[in-house]
Design a protein around this ligand. Structure first.
Ligand SMILES: [Zn+2]
Ligand SMILES: [Zn+2]
Length: 372
């Protein structure tokens, strides 16, 4: 069995840096361009050892079970070529050694904004958005070629998509691989591009896309429409479309979470005597009972008339706060009646009654709006 540590000449406790240094030294010494073809097997072995020990996961598996733990490719560097080593050491050079690059690439995601009314957030709505985006070219169907013609194998790289050349490096003269510039790495050229899309496989177009806006959405929420983004170059798969929502403020109803809030003004006399108010809600006209003796700032809750919950069938509440209107500009008769009322109630010389601050209007407000 090959001992990778022995091959690299490092102890089993070697750090990644020590392993890298040992490999670098050996690769320089054993590279076939330097040491000749006799050293090739040893060179491959070193590469294999480095590939395993430089990868913490593979190293751990190797430490536990030796080569067999690594599976099929443990046989002394079989199928382990120079380009792999080169990549291991320098990082892949733009994927140049991985064969021709496909012409079609995934399109970009797109973001579009959509304004909806508060009513739409309450119930949900079917909307449409207009998107100016790249769509598949209908003339060539993404093949990029003029109909009736086809792509041709690149004469420079013979379809490989990459070209090799000799370069000097610390290893001596080595072969490097880089993308073929004649075909852009695709391995094929287009002698007769599609006239509609100029060989891009896609064209700009305005599309109308239906968007299902669920109840409960709020400003900033995004809806993802998979595959509705722009089509990729060369007829590649489309990206996704994100619809970012903004809920327009409503002149009457304010929103906090799933609850709606409204304020109604009732005359002082109505607050004292009681009355029934008619309020136009999103669910139609509702009657609101103002009980006799309703106090300023009192909140009346209409259950289930709020915003639909995003993750469930039920709805928040509609909370109506009562403002009591104190009459101004009394005429003589009204003033007379109020004075008479004050006398009857013993309030003609009312002293201000101080109430503890905790019972004040601010804490009442806080209690009522804290989701009781
Ligand atoms: Zn086309
Ligand atoms: Zn080429």
């Amino acid at each position: 069995m090959n001992d990778y540590y022995e091959i690299l000449g490092v102890p089993r406790t070697a750090t990644q840096e020590e392993i890298k240094r040992a490999y670098r030294k050996l690769a320089r010494k054993l590279h076939p361009d330097v040491a000749g073809p006799e050293a090739e097997d040893q060179f491959k072995e070193v590469g294999r050892a480095y590939e395993v020990l430089s990868n913490p996961e593979k190293r751990q598996m190797y430490d536990l079970g030796g080569e067999s733990a690594l599976g099929g490719n443990g046989g002394g560097g079989a199928g382990f070529g120079f380009s792999d080593i080169f990549e291991t050491f320098f990082g892949a050079a733009g994927g140049a050694s991985r064969g021709p690059a496909p012409r079609g690439r995934r399109g970009q995601d797109a973001l579009i904004r959509l304004e909806v009314e508060l009513r739409d957030a309450v119930f949900g709505v079917e909307e449409e958005v207009q998107v100016d985006t790249a769509v598949l070219c209908g003339t060539c169907n993404g093949t990029c070629t003029r109909p009736g013609t086809s792509v041709q194998t690149c004469a420079v790289c013979h379809g490989r998509g990459s070209v090799q050349r000799v370069a000097r490096s610390f290893l001596g003269n080595v072969m490097t691989t880089s993308p073929c510039s004649a075909c852009g790495g695709h391995g094929t050229t287009i002698p007769d591009p599609c006239p509609e899309c100029s060989g891009q496989g896609r064209v700009r177009n305005r599309r109308t896309i239906p968007v299902s806006v669920p109840a409960g959405v709020d400003t900033g929420n995004r809806i993802k429409l998979t595959g509705s983004g722009e089509v990729g170059p060369g007829g590649g798969p489309a990206g996704d479309l994100y619809v970012e929502l903004r809920v327009r403020p409503h002149p009457v109803f304010a929103r906090r979470g799933d609850d709606l809030y409204a304020r109604v003004e009732v005359p002082m006399t109505a607050a004292a005597l009681g009355t029934v108010l008619h309020l136009e809600t999103f669910d139609g006209p509702e009657e609101i009972d103002i009980a006799p003796g309703t106090q300023p700032e009192e909140v009346i809750t209409l259950e289930g008339l709020g915003v639909g919950r995003l993750n469930g069938p039920d709805r928040g509440d509609l909370k109506v706060q009562v403002d009591v209107e104190v009459p101004t500009a009394l005429d003589d008769r009204q003033r007379e009646l109020l004075l008479e009322l004050a006398t009857l109630r013993g309030e003609e010389r009312a002293e201000p009654r101080l109430t503890p601050a905790s019972n004040g209007v601010f804490s009442r407000l806080r209690d009522r709006f804290s989701g009781r």
